[in-house]
Design a protein around this ligand. Structure first.
Ligand code: ATP
Ligand code: MG
Length: 502
């Protein structure tokens, strides 16, 4: 039977003897072997009582079986719901309960801690790891073909919770065509082919590692060197066998910090892609100086997959996230009126296209607020378009500071602070102020062993920034609070410093 997503990503590879996954010990899993295992998992899901449309929540360490489970969900019409492996049982409990998952699959080591969670939520519990686990054992005894369940473009395929950077994570409902249309576009614009070998060291519970990296490789019929996590030794060891790398900015700063990462090592690579968080222009430039490659930065989110990308041919502009992808519309709007703003002005980024999700699970009001009747999704990011359609992200709408009636974009100040002597990184927030409504607080993390000279930094900013933008307080901390995706939690900082001016 026709299944929009399964047929294009998976079914098409039946009989394909090419390696799909290359594991760190050198083991290769062919597409054909992978599909047979996925079919066994589809039978195992049915044996667990999972029916079409049921959610399957999965919190397991990255392993080939987890991708097989994704394929099994697609083939049997279930909805795949991966969860961050760093979440504690209390956090997991919210997701399993909120999603009303029928089945919860966890790591064998965590089964004892998570059994009460599954029980309380009425979900069946099974375990999964590479070559182990109750679900893996159950699958091993099942037939290796499964009759694909019919699913159409508008049926749900994935259910992903947002990273929770700006508040409680929201369940984003993604349809088969949200995923497939975006993967098709990305294969095309990034020129992926069956010759590609992707160095994959991203987590697969997040859209970047799963719905961008994995789906692109599946659609192109390429191979993935499937590494458990970011480990620079492994990246360097495996790079000679790869053609492409997708990473978050930390991948690139870590590689640059390592003298073994040379222009020679990277010379044969076709493409380096970055996303999920802002890539500093300085990293972009240092990378080019070392390797001759210009990192291609793109922009997306859980709710939409990818929206913009720097071009494959043409100018990859450092500090920008590139232009709207084909089929995706991007506009920058006045946050109050929703009207599109002229080129160069900062406003809220809105996007529309086949990639945009169906809505937030069980949050009709939030969905109505952010997903407009005309199909545009209000991303919550602030940005600016230039005359050539390149988008620059300047931060989140929720992080905008309004002081004495003036808008202050933290990013502008952070860029200057990051470059100050002795400062490794910074976060700029607004704190309530009796006269100005809000005023600027800078939170600085020093470089190892350094003690930043705050007076000197303040004096330097005085020459670079209008007075109302200059931080009225600077505090030095050991580290910024980050969530499990490594994103800075400004809401936590705002809470910490809410009384600093009172
Ligand atoms: P929540 O929505 O729960 O607060 P989150 O927005 O961090 O969490 P994700 O969907 O994982 O959850 O992240 C998407 C966000 O990541 C985007 O809205 C944007 O703020 C940021 N982002 C992604 N790519 C880039 C990029 N290239 N440059 C700057 N920011 C980026
Ligand atoms: Mg978000």
């Amino acid at each position: 039977m026709a299944n929009h997503l399964y047929d294009a990503l998976f079914g098409v590879h039946r009989g394909n003897r090419k390696p799909f996954l290359i594991l760190p010990d050198g083991t290769e899993i062919t597409y054909d072997a992978f599909l047979r295992q996925a079919a066994r998992f589809a039978h195992a899901l049915a044996a667990c009582g999972v029916q079409t449309g049921d959610r399957v929540a999965v919190q397991v360490d990255k392993c080939p079986e987890m991708i097989a489970l994704f394929a099994a969900c697609a083939q049997s019409g279930a909805v795949f719901l991966p969860l961050n492996t760093a979440y504690t049982p209390a956090e997991v409990s919210y997701f399993v309960e909120n999603s009303e998952a029928k089945l919860f699959v966890c790591a064998p080591e965590k089964a004892d801690d998570l059994a009460p969670v599954a029980l309380a939520c009425g979900a069946r519990l099974e375990t999964l790891a590479h070559g182990r686990g109750s679900l893996t054992d159950l699958a091993a005894t099942q037939p290796e073909t499964f009759e694909t369940v019919a699913r159409g473009p508008d049926d749900l395929a994935g259910f992903l919770y947002t990273s929770g950077t700006t508040g409680r994570s929201k369940g984003a409902m993604l349809t088969q065509d949200n995923l497939l249309s975006n993967a098709r576009t990305l294969v095309d614009v990034w020129r992926f082919s069956s010759d590609d070998v992707l160095l994959h060291a991203l987590p697969i519970f997040h859209t970047h590692g799963l719905f961008v990296a994995t789906n692109v490789i599946l659609l192109a019929g390429g191979s993935m060197i499937f590494l458990p996590k970011l480990d620079v030794d492994q990246l360097i060891d495996w790079m000679p066998k790869a053609t492409t790398l997708m990473g978050v900015p930390t991948f690139y700063t870590r590689l640059l910090d390592d003298a073994r990462f040379t222009g020679d090592l990277a010379a044969h690579m076709r493409l380096f892609i970055s996303g999920s968080a802002p890539l500093l222009a300085a990293t972009h430039e240092a990378f080019e100086a070392r390797t001759g490659h210009r990192i291609l930065e793109r922009y997306g989110m859980t709710e939409t997959n990818m929206n913009t990308s720097n071009p494959y041919d043409g100018n990859r502009r450092a500090g920008t996230v590139g232009q709207a992808l084909p089929g995706v519309e991007v506009k920058v709007c006045d946050p109050e009126t929703g009207q599109a703003l002229p080129v160069g002005e900062i406003g809220v980024v809105q996007v529309r296209g086949p990639n945009v999700f169906k809505g937030y699970w069980r949050m009709p009001e939030k969905t109505a607020e952010e997903l407009r009747a005309d199909g545009f999704f209000i991303t919550g990011d602030l940005g600016r378009l230039d005359a050539d359609g390149y988008l620059t992200i300047v931060g989140r709408n929720k992080d905008l500071i309004i002081s004495g009636g003036y808008n202050i974009y933290p990013k502008e100040i952070e860029l200057l602070l990051d470059a100050a002597p002795g400062v490794m990184e910074s976060a700029v927030i607004g704190a309530p102020h009796p006269d100005f409504g809000e005023s600027v607080v800078a939170v600085l993390v020093p470089e190892a062993g350094a003690t930043p000279d705050l007076a000197a930094i303040a004096a330097a900013l005085d020459g670079q920034l209008a007075r109302f933008k200059q931080p009225r307080r600077m505090v030095v901390v050991d580290a910024l609070p980050r969530n499990t995706m490594g994103k800075v939690q400004k809401n936590v900082l705002r809470e910490t410093y809410k009384a600093i001016f009172t």
